[in-house]
Design a protein around this ligand. Structure first.
Ligand code: SF4
Ligand code: SF4
Length: 464
């Protein structure tokens, strides 16, 4: 097929569950590609010599190679190519912000405005052909032991790469379920728990050990870990929510998105007799514009909230959320209000939330082409609501880091690392993901985990 013919192939649109049906249940929204769709989509690839898509992927998967194999229906080999760099492909295919990474750089996207749906093909391959993959060859044991704090994407990736180098790895997880933010933060309708379990089971088969309900810095001291293990990777994430500091934010019915999603995802808060239920509001306001805000809003809708409003202080075009998640939320009936910021939550006669006062914001374009500047106006107005969820950011979890003498932290509480190796100020300790301030997405955390695994391996060899 020549380039002209490839460009003429129509882009394959991912089928989704009907918005009315899905707004009432937690079933996954995108339904996945069929084999024919995956082959047709992969056939659009132009095999660019300069590999722009590979450069856009933080873990540099050989994208044209797995697309070519998909086009030839060599699906098992195709998933093998992905797994050379990525042990969580079913997850990345779902939650990676592809439009700002691999797909952003896709040449055919520049020509037709429909880049290859790399994430959708990755998901198709990993969901359907991972089981057939021949076992990963693990080299003889080196005798070196590494502890990983946190079983989120950074910790899982670091652990799998270290096991592949022959080291023994134990992941310590504070909660009763592995997966970190993938388990407690991302709702079932975006990342089903069965998919997460399958990916984690494949790491267990490779030899990664998990110790649940164990907090390094509380249940075990950092000193004990450093005594018993040759290195430690900190991937404890950003579990501390940021509140705006306004009156009424401590009223019943006001949540951080972190707490709200954890209760729903891990404690099945939608069940009638849940031990830690969440309040289902008539009107729920979610403050924020990222993927966490979309997850919280769509969860509130599914729990039975009659009206759900996303309130964002900037413009829609400034929202960091995935475009696909925003459009899914809109299709489901979630309202969006831009250029507003909460100033006070009002208390009703029962001591609960009676409404929220917002301030209108004003935006000015930056003539230099930088991020638009926003300013407060004098105009305020009231929205009547009974639940409010703040998805306005989190900061690194301090439980381990504050109990680690000599570990250098930045002003936000993030661990300071050498970006080449992810090594911290303590040579035996490495860190990545949301534990360092510069990382934000699942795939960036995975990229940090990979860099740290290389850094740890090099460090251990230097000690021999
Ligand atoms: Fe794209 Fe993410 Fe897959 Fe990389 S891991 S190819 S960024 S979807
Ligand atoms: Fe294929 Fe797009 Fe990558 Fe080019 S940039 S090789 S068209 S996926």
């Amino acid at each position: 097929m020549n380039s002209k013919e490839k460009i003429a192939i129509p882009a394959q649109i991912m089928p989704t569950r009907d918005p009315k049906e899905r707004a009432k249940c937690f079933d996954e929204v995108p339904l996945g590609y069929t084999e024919e769709m995956a082959v047709a989509e992969a056939s659009r690839c132009l095999n660019c010599n300069t590999l722009p898509c590979v450069r856009g992927c933080p873990i540099n998967i050989n994208i044209p190679k797995f697309l070519n194999l998909t086009m030839e229906r060599n699906f098992v080999e195709a998933v093998g190519v992905i797994r050379e760099s990525n042990y969580l492909p079913s997850i990345c295919g779902r939650v990676c912000p592809q439009e700002s990474q691999c797909q952003k750089e896709c040449t055919i996207g520049r020509i037709t405005s429909h880049p290859i749906s790399i994430g959708n093909i990755e998901r198709f391959l990993a969901d359907n052909f991972s089981d057939e993959l021949p076992g990963v060859v693990i080299p003889p044991k080196t005798g070196r032991k590494i502890a990983v704090a946190g079983s989120g994407p950074g910790g899982l990736t670091c652990a799998s790469d270290l096991v592949k180098s022959g080291h023994s790895v134990t992941i310590f997880e504070a909660l009763h379920e592995p997966g970190g933010v993938l388990a407690y933060g991302i709702p079932e309708f975006r990342l089903p728990k069965t998919i997460l379990k399958k990916e984690i089971d494949s790491l267990k088969k490779m030899g990664v050990e998990f110790k649940m309900n164990t907090i390094i810095g509380k249940t075990i001291t950092v000193e004990e870990i450093l005594r018993d293990y040759d290195a430690l990777f900190i991937g404890t994430g950003a579990g501390v929510p940021t509140f705006p500091g306004i009156k009424g934010e401590d009223l019943p019915g006001a949540y951080s998105a972190n707490e709200y999603l954890t209760r729903v995802n891990l404690m099945r808060a939608w069940e009638k007799d849940a031990r830690t239920p969440v309040t289902v509001g008539k009107t729920t306001i979610v403050v924020g514009g990222g993927n966490v805000a979309m997850d919280a809003a769509r969860t509130a809708l599914r729990l039975g909230s009659k009206r759900v409003i996303v309130a964002y202080r900037r413009l829609e075009s400034d929202m960091p959320a995935k475009i696909e998640e925003v459009s899914h939320a809109k299709e489901e009936g979630i309202e969006f209000k831009f250029l507003i910021s909460p100033v006070e939550i009002l208390e009703d006669e029962n001591g609960r939330i009676g409404g929220t006062v917002f301030r209108r914001m004003r935006i000015e374009k930056d003539p230099q082409g930088g991020r638009n500047k926003i300013f407060e106006t004098d105009e305020t107005f009231l929205i009547t609501n009974d639940v409010i969820i703040f998805a306005t950011g989190t900061s690194p979890n301090p439980t381990l880091t504050s109990n680690c003498l000599g570990l250098e932290l930045d002003k936000y509480g993030g661990v300071v690392v050498n970006p080449e190796t992810m090594q911290t100020s303590i040579p035996k300790i490495f860190a990545g993901g949301d534990s360092i301030s510069s990382s934000s997405t699942v795939i960036m955390a995975m990229s940090n985990g990979k860099t740290a695994a290389k850094g740890i391996d090099k460090f251990l060899k230097s000690q021999e």
